[in-house]
Design a protein around this ligand. Structure first.
Ligand code: NAI
Length: 250
């Protein structure tokens, strides 16, 4: 029996990278999975490749209508929503001197507004399921970053957004707790995805050499922690943030 048998999970930014690994890992543990991504073709292809019940939907997490629609699509298709992973993310790195207001806002919007909207829609559905006895709880996992703990040169937008996600996680954890809806966050370090492969080679080397475990993490190593937080293994954990960094910035 899988750890998420009978559960329905929605993963934003699930078409590639960490989100895709989470969707695959959840499906392997018995969940029905909805992959929401701004790239519909990629979301659809990712869902088709999953071994088990899965669907791909287009959603820009910044858009309130899209976020409401992705949650509605999940409950329409699979009848319920037990797990939301707010994973969609972007970077627009630049020093403070060079960063435009638009770059600042884009990153704040995708991470903070996107996570806030996702939690707002999902919490309402999860609360209703608990109230009418169809569920005994729910779980939300928010993707922060170690950048939100330590700050990174050129990431005044991203570090602010990722630190904000931690505060938001704790606030909503308090609101969800009496309904047995747990809300937690993950702070990955340097994970091998398109996002980090886009960094200059010397920056990638510098990052890797500063990791006590001396290697980048793999997306599934974040997915396994998301599985822990989403499943009953973490039944008494809420409002926490788990670092997945190979020891970097401990
Ligand atoms: P990625 O760039 O490989 O994948 C991000 C996905 O999000 C893509 O499929 C993209 O289409 C989707 N997306 C972007 N904007 C969106 C929007 N507005 N609405 C819906 N979908 C959108 O990135 P990766 O590396 O898999 O990152 C996933 C999450 O993990 C992000 O929140 C990122 O900030 C976070 N993270 C990643 C780290 C890394 O080392 N790769 C380290 C720490 C955190």
């Amino acid at each position: 029996m899988g750890l998420l048998e009978g559960r329905v999970a929605l993963v934003t930014g699930g078409a590639q990278g960490i989100g895709l690994a989470i969707a695959q890992r959840f499906a392997a543990e018995g969940a029905s999975v909805v992959i929401a991504d701004i790239d519909l073709d990629a979301a659809t292809a990712a869902a088709e490749a999953i071994d088990g019940p899965a669907a791909g939907v287009r959603a820009d997490v910044v858009d309130p209508d899209d976020v409401a629609a992705m949650v509605a699509a999940t409950t329409d298709r699979f009848g319920r929503l037990d797990v939301l992973v707010n994973n969609a993310g972007i970077t627009r790195d630049a020093s403070l001197k060079n960063m435009t207001l638009e770059q600042f806002r884009q990153v704040i919007d995708v991470h903070l507004q996107g996570t806030w909207l996702g939690m707002k829609e999902a919490l309402a559905v999860m609360k209703a399921q608990v109230a009418d006895g169809r569920a005994d709880g729910g779980a939300i996992v928010n993707m922060s970053s170690i950048s939100g703990k330590i700050g990174n040169f050129g990431q005044s937008n991203y570090a602010a957004a990722k630190a904000g996600i931690v505060g938001m996680t704790k606030s909503v954890a308090r609101e969800g707790a009496k309904h047995a809806i747990r809300v937690n966050a993950i702070q990955p370090g340097f994970i091998d995805t398109a996002m980090t492969r886009a960094m200059p080679a010397d920056a990638q080397e510098a990052a890797t050499s500063s990791i006590p475990m001396q290697r980048a993490g793999q997306p599934d190593e974040v997915a396994k922690v998301a599985l822990f937080l989403a499943s009953d293994l973490a039944s008494y954990c809420t409002g926490i943030t788990i670092e997945v960094t190979g020891g970097r910035h401990m």
